[in-house]
Design a binder for this molecule. Structure first.
Ligand SMILES: [Zn+2]
Ligand SMILES: [Zn+2]
Ligand SMILES: [Zn+2]
Length: 107
């Protein structure tokens, strides 16, 4: 299981980040628990496939990336307004803000 998101959340909440645009949404980040650890929650429900996984930093919903057919992470943002996701891939450590269209890296 990918645990790197925990450190990223901690850094984002304490301002230890670098970002492209000044994102004011980091204060909204919650101490989330992933809704699914084995894959995209909504793809698993319908038996579909995904490419990469993202996790909502407001509620913990795990969804698939925009290279995936169903784009569940973006869909979740449109449906809920939850602005921040992080990568849920073990090798990637970044946060994306949909509102500011900004990449944020833990530093
Ligand atoms: Zn933002
Ligand atoms: Zn999906
Ligand atoms: Zn969410």
């Amino acid at each position: 299981m990918n645990e790197s998101y925990k450190e990223m959340i901690e850094k984002a909440r304490t301002g230890q980040v670098e970002m492209e645009e000044d994102c004011q949404h980091l204060a909204l980040i919650q101490d989330v628990t992933p809704s699914k650890t084995e894959g995209c929650e909504d793809c698993l429900k319908i038996g579909d496939k995904w490419v990469h996984l993202r996790m909502c930093l407001i509620c913990g919903k795990v969804g698939c990336c925009d290279n995936s057919k169903n784009k569940h992470a973006s869909r979740h943002n449109k449906e809920t307004g939850h602005a921040l996701i992080c990568s849920f891939e073990p090798s990637e450590e970044w946060i994306w803000c949909y509102e500011d269209e900004a990449m944020i890296w833990a530093s």
